[in-house]
Design a protein around this ligand. Structure first.
Ligand code: ZN
Length: 121
């Protein structure tokens, strides 16, 4: 994914010097989305997961935040992830299993969009 983002950025950089077009704008949108998805993907891949929340509500509810407003729609399929063991003040997040699956689908769709875009250049 890093490879794809970096190479596409180089292409956008070259294109901007020639002209600004709708396709440049579209590629910028795709790359912006790719960077957002990469952060989420790194949480999934590098985070430390657990079934139980490390931050009980009576402790400090703000230390564990749901990924989205829909995270607790399926309370039986919610897991907790500490985003980085290296960050001193790492915050925990709650993710529903469907959100992990949804992220995988978004990444696959984005990679397809980027491939089609690059093929069309
Ligand atoms: Zn938690």
């Amino acid at each position: 994914m890093d490879w794809l983002i970096n190479n596409a950025k180089i292409l956008v950089g070259n294109e901007i010097q020639l002209h600004l077009s709708e396709s440049d704008q579209y590629l910028r949108e795709l790359l912006g989305k790719a960077e957002q998805l990469k952060i989420l993907r790194n949480t999934v891949i590098h985070g430390r997961w657990s079934q139980e929340c490390s931050w009980p509500a009576e402790d400090d509810a703000h230390m564990c935040s749901p990924l989205s407003a829909r995270t607790f729609d399926e309370p039986d399929a919610v897991y907790h992830v500490e985003r980085s063991r290296y960050r001193r003040y790492a915050r925990e997040q709650a993710w529903a299993l469907s959100e992990v699956e949804g992220l995988a689908v978004q990444i696959m769709d984005l990679v397809d969009d980027l491939r089609w875009f690059l093929v069309g250049l």
